[in-house]
Design a protein around this ligand. Structure first.
Ligand code: HEM
Ligand code: HEM
Ligand code: SF4
Ligand code: SF4
Length: 456
């Protein structure tokens, strides 16, 4: 479903762009056109010029939307303040989230951005696209929105920036009917899950991050589109502990690939690294002279468990002591590979500071197999949700609920046996709660019985 012809898409010359002035004065923003980094101001101006030259009936929201956005942004530079009104509640029928409503607080001055809503479009796993899909989304968005986008939002969505309320349902209709494409999450619900590139292009991936991300996105569509939770909830999927999608910091439920057998060692390739045939870290430090590769210094001495040895030309790893930190594999990717008995660790509770302080996720399930159709993982997710949906206070993230209940109680509810893996160190204070059934004699005692042995 294309809307514009090539002529309409390439409707201005370099010369016109050079001489183009938007209708507002934006001196501070124009400073940001200088320097080597791609300038969002220059990009926005191209969009503005393109809209100037489109025919009147070729766009459904105001022609000036980009120019007014830049104008208001300049005012915010002058005032050091935002000029968006508080909040905004808009959406599409059937769904309770996916669109972030927004209104200018200078609508007389910048009428084209009086409405400036954001639509979250659920990105494909790992953000692999073909140009046909992107061109179609762009045409639709040029026609019904501002043409400005964020590729991508921090959660993962393809973000369409700026349209009016009237356009929301038509946009949704075209996304679903023409592009087979749904919107993403917002509000107190499951947000759009996202994953690292995983097995698509990475030799370290311990499970198919894209498949698990896609499967759970589809399976929990209802939880994503219709908020039913005490607060937001995010899934992220890292294929290994390198954490390329930062699941441990930015998802309430973090899936991190790992293995439980031995690291695979190719001894010839190890020798190749020592001989200088292969560049350490695949050349990541090539920009500076760090000297000849030194296996002892760069790998063995840096292993956090000190569980590696190189003797008589043979590298050995005491895998029982290895914490699967990835360092040796990252340094010598041609020689070392994760094991073959792979799965995920599941960590819970990451969140930003508000209210009770920032949290990274804490290890709850040390190892679980991750194979389609992932029934074991779904069962675990639902157990966590059941507890949090029932016990979570209004706007209490899972991480805060876990703190309020305490890890021992949480594990009991999850029916998981406590394991040493779950703590970094044992507690240092002695305020330990015991369960009555674990204490001989229980809690019901008679003071008179005590007095028979101890005088007042
Ligand atoms: C003749 C024997 C004892 C004497 C003279 C004695 C003396 C003291 C003194 C002077 C304090 C400091 C109180 C304060 O500054 O608030 C104290 C605190 C304490 N004593 Fe004793 N004590 C005796 C026996 C015991 C025994 C047998 C126990 C344990 C079974 C015990 C456990 C404690 C505890 C837990 C504290 C409080 C520590 C704290 O809160 O930081 N004491 N004792
Ligand atoms: C069945 C017997 C006991 C019960 C039910 C009991 C209960 C408690 C409770 C509820 C607290 C307050 C904890 C808190 O919220 O911070 C406390 C504090 C304390 N108890 Fe006991 N206690 C008992 C026996 C003892 C004995 C025998 C000692 C000393 C030998 C003792 C020493 C202390 C001390 C020193 C504190 C203050 C801890 C602090 O906050 O620094 N208690 N106890
Ligand atoms: S998290 Fe691991 S598996 Fe995923 S892309 Fe990064 S290095 Fe590869
Ligand atoms: S993965 Fe980390 S802990 Fe394990 S052997 Fe390699 S460097 Fe050591």
């Amino acid at each position: 479903m294309r809307i514009y012809s090539d002529e309409e898409l390439n409707n201005y010359t370099e010369e016109e762009l050079k001489n183009f002035k938007i209708k507002h004065d934006i001196p501070d923003l124009e400073e940001l056109e200088k320097g080597p980094w791609p300038s969002f101001v220059s990009d926005a101006k191209q969009g503005a010029l393109h809209r100037r030259k489109l025919a009147d009936d070729r766009m459904l929201i105001d022609r000036d939307v980009i120019e007014d956005m830049l104008g208001q942004l300049q005012v915010s530079f002058d005032d050091g303040e935002t000029h968006w009104k508080h909040g905004g509640i808009v959406g599409v029928f059937g769904y309770g989230g996916g669109v972030i409503g927004r209104y200018s607080d200078l609508p007389e001055k910048y009428p084209s951005i009086a409405h400036f809503h954001t639509v979250r479009v659920n990105q494909p796993a790992s953000k692999f696209y073909n140009s046909d899909f992107l061109r179609t989304v762009c045409d639709m968005w040029e026609y019904r929105g501002s043409g400005m986008m964020n590729l991508h939002g921090s959660t993962g969505d393809l973000v369409l920036l700026g349209t009016t309320t009237e356009q929301l349902e038509p946009i949704f209709f075209e996304l679903t009917h023409e592009l087979g494409q749904d919107i993403g999450g917002s509000g107190s619900n499951l947000r759009t899950p996202s994953c690292c590139i995983g097995k698509a292009r990475c030799e370290f991936a311990c499970y198919d991050t894209q498949d698990l991300c896609y499967e759970l996105t589809q399976y929990y569509q209802d939880e994503l589109h219709r908020p039913a939770f005490p607060y937001k909830f995010k899934f992220k999927f890292d294929g290994c502990p390198n954490g390329c999608v930062a699941s441990i910091a930015r998802s309430d439920m973090s899936f991190i690939g790992t293995w439980r057998d031995d690291i695979r060692i190719d001894q010839d390739a190890v020798k190749g690294y020592i001989a200088g045939d292969f560049i350490p870290n695949a050349g990541a430090h090539a920009g500076r002279d760090w000297g000849k590769f030194d296996l002892q210094k760069e790998v063995l001495d840096l292993c956090p468990s000190k569980c590696m040895k190189y003797e008589d030309g043979v590298l050995t790893i005491d895998n029982a002591e290895c914490v699967r930190c990835m360092h040796c594999i990252n340094t010598m990717p041609r020689a070392l590979k994760p094991g073959t008995d792979t799965g995920v660790s599941i960590l819970l509770g990451a969140k930003a500071p508000i209210l009770e302080g920032a949290q990274m996720a804490t290890l709850i399930v040390p190892f679980m197999k991750a194979e389609a159709p992932y029934d074991n993982i779904k069962e675990f997710i639902e157990k966590v949700w059941e507890f949090w949906m029932e016990e979570g206070k209004n706007r209490e993230r899972l991480g805060e609920l876990m703190q309020r209940f305490g890890l021992p109680k949480f594990l009991e509810i999850m029916e998981l046996p406590p394991a040493p893996h779950m703590v970094k160190t044992p507690r240092e204070n002695p305020y330990v709660l015991w369960k009555e059934e674990d204490v001989p004699g229980g809690w019901t005692r008679d003071i008179k019985e005590y007095r028979t042995r101890h005088k007042r």
